[in-house]
Design a protein around this ligand. Structure first.
Ligand SMILES: Cc1cc2nc3c(=O)[nH]c(=O)nc-3n(C[C@H](O)[C@H](O)[C@H](O)COP(=O)(O)OP(=O)(O)OC[C@H]3O[C@@H](n4cnc5c(N)ncnc54)[C@H](O)[C@@H]3O)c2cc1C
Length: 524
């Protein structure tokens, strides 16, 4: 992966070396604002800037917009108020900051917490005016009563979706959130935004800096304004001048193996990357930014790793079960799935772990999630689990020894682990990991079941160091004139782990900062 520089003395990553200047540029266009990337944050930024009167182009290296997932997290929306959901903004801000282990910028978090509701309401009204349904998503991610748990397990009912049914995908196979991003793209076009697909941003242009300036300020932190972007398309290179500024919205680093090796190696232990094969999330914004003197965030990336294929989850039982490693030993806090269980799985010996449950799983599921499973019958759950057993996706043993053999863990260890765990269940107190008693489900009555725990990488948010306004900064914390970052390439908002405290947080912050930055830059 490492490359030699021309002098052959040092080995460097692409983001550590200056690029070769691009000289064969024959075309030039001028806009007020250039947005790089047509994902959720780029589309919102472009729309908001154009709506505020700016002449905007949004360049996208793939042939279409990017839209993933379902949930959009927002706080204090009209929909929440109508449903009687009261959210404590101060508490949410404190918990998000705590998830970032004091490495993140509290002011960015506070802006999201304070502004996401009204910004969501604006798009909710726009959706309704276009006949699009918007609803609270309390079925899947924002569990109805997890805001009553102790702080480290709390989840608030922040998730909304631009649809009113339970499906994650539309008829055309696209995620439900495509309803939102397509709506914003269309609204942006109505305001005159030019979308240029199959157009890759290659390098930023900054006055008095590096390849395109006199270079004198390259290491001083004193470079000038970012005045545009050099892009490539099927006709070659062109300069897009940006009289007001450039907004980077290039997404996460999950598709860049070299970056993951350097900054988030645990991600390489995920079973798969949900974004592949699209794979356009290669951290281009970080590289282009660093080439003109921007600093990358001093936090570590915050991978979004879900247990997408975890079988009890697939069977509608996204609940907590005794989890053991390949030694048959308990090793993690089983609440909540992501990131707790998925992170621990990726760091477990052999990168393998199993969830273990007994034949009382229907009652246990109801104990864990009384609201969700109120109307689900035991026979319904039984049918799903047996189907998974038949297809070899769930392991079953009449005895614990049989189960241990089926999953290849030492039977002695499994027996001891289960005996110890059952004591915690009986007493309602888990001294090891502090799993709340409601989620402690004993493993006593055969047949016994095991399911492999999977870890699927959705996105690996990591970005450039920004100030409170999401303006990109240099190593000396000086904002770089004319350069902003939104979405996953906005650093300093998340660190180390993705907080599930606020379901839909990432889409929520993409929309919040996309809109705020787009509007502010247009008016600047
Ligand atoms: C399967 C899946 C499900 C998810 N579900 C949820 C969910 O329910 N809720 C939630 O909050 N989050 C969810 N996420 C995470 C969330 O979707 C992303 O974090 C979010 O889309 C990031 O938006 P973005 O605008 O920063 O980047 P992206 O949406 O990734 O868009 C970045 C765009 O920039 C383009 N680009 C990159 N480099 C260049 C370049 N050099 N030139 C031009 N264009 C470039 C890319 O092609 C891409 O289109 C999910 C993610 C996945 C993969």
């Amino acid at each position: 992966m490492e490359k030699k520089q021309n002098n052959g003395l040092r080995t460097v990553h692409p983001w550590q070396a200056q690029p070769q200047p691009i000289t064969n540029i024959e075309r030039e266009e001028t806009y007020d604002i250039v947005v790089v990337g047509a994902g959720i944050s780029g589309c919102v930024a472009a729309h908001s800037a154009a709506e505020a009167g700016a002449k905007v182009i949004c360049v996208e290296k793939s042939n279409d917009i990017t839209a993933n997932g379902i949930d959009v997290g927002a706080i204090g929306t009209k929909l929440q108020k109508e449903a009687g959901i009261q959210l404590d903004k101060d508490l949410i801000a404190r918990l998000l900051y705590q998830w970032g282990q004091s490495q993140v910028n509290y002011n960015l978090i506070r802006t999201y917490v304070d502004k996401s509701g009204e910004i969501f309401d604006y798009y909710c009204d726009l959706a309704k005016s276009k006949g699009l349904k918007v609803s609270l998503n309390s079925q899947n991610t924002a569990r109805a009563d997890w805001d009553t748990l102790e702080d480290r397990f709390k989840q608030f009912r922040t998730a909304h979706k631009f649809s009113d049914d339970e499906r994650h995908y539309r008829e055309d196979g696209k995620f439900v959130n495509a309803n939102f991003v397509e709506m914003v793209r269309d609204a942006a076009k109505e305001h005159g935004v030019v979308f240029s697909f199959n157009t890759k941003a290659e390098q930023l242009i900054r006055e008095k800096y590096g390849c395109y300036g006199d270079g004198e300020n390259q290491n001083s932190g004193n470079g000038g304004r970012v005045t545009g972007v050099i892009v490539s398309d099927s006709s070659g290179y062109k300069i897009l001048n940006a009289t007001k500024g450039v907004i980077l919205a290039t997404g996460d680093i999950g598709g860049n193996k070299e970056m993951l090796e350097c900054w988030s190696p645990i991600c390489l232990r995920a079973d798969r990357n949900a974004y592949a094969p699209k794979g356009f999330n290669t951290g281009d914004g970080i590289i282009m930014g660093m080439w003109i003197g921007a600093a990358r965030s001093r936090c570590y990336p915050a991978p979004i790793i879900h247990a997408v294929n975890f079988l009890p989850l697939a069977a509608g039982m996204d609940t907590s079960w005794l989890t053991v490693n390949r030694e048959g030993k308990r090793f993690c806090c089983e609440v909540a799935w992501e990131p707790m269980v998925t992170n621990a799985r990726m760091n477990a010996p052999g990168n393998k772990a199993f969830a273990i449950f007994d034949s009382n799983y229907p009652e246990h599921a109801k104990k864990q999630e009384p609201i969700k499973f109120a109307s689900v019958s035991a026979s319904e759950l039984h049918a799903k689990v047996e189907k998974a057993v038949q297809s070899g996706k769930i392991f079953k043993g009449e005895t614990l020894e049989e189960l241990a053999e089926a999953i290849g863990v030492p039977a002695d260890n499994l027996r001891k682990t289960v005996a110890q765990y059952n004591k915690y269940c009986d007493s309602g107190f888990d001294p090891e990991f502090g799993v709340p008693s409601r989620f402690l489900c004993s493993v006593k009555d055969g047949p016994f079941y095991a399911s492999l725990i999977t870890s699927v990488q959705l996105a690996v948010p990591y970005g450039l160091h920004v100030d409170d306004n999401s303006q990109v900064c240099d190593e000396y914390d000086n904002p770089i004139p004319g350069l902003f970052a939104v979405g996953n390439v906005q650093g300093d908002f998340l660190a180390n782990s993705y907080p599930v405290t606020v379901p839909g947080l990432n889409h929520g912050r993409c929309i919040t900062f996309g809109r705020l930055v787009g509007q502010a830059l247009a008016k600047s």
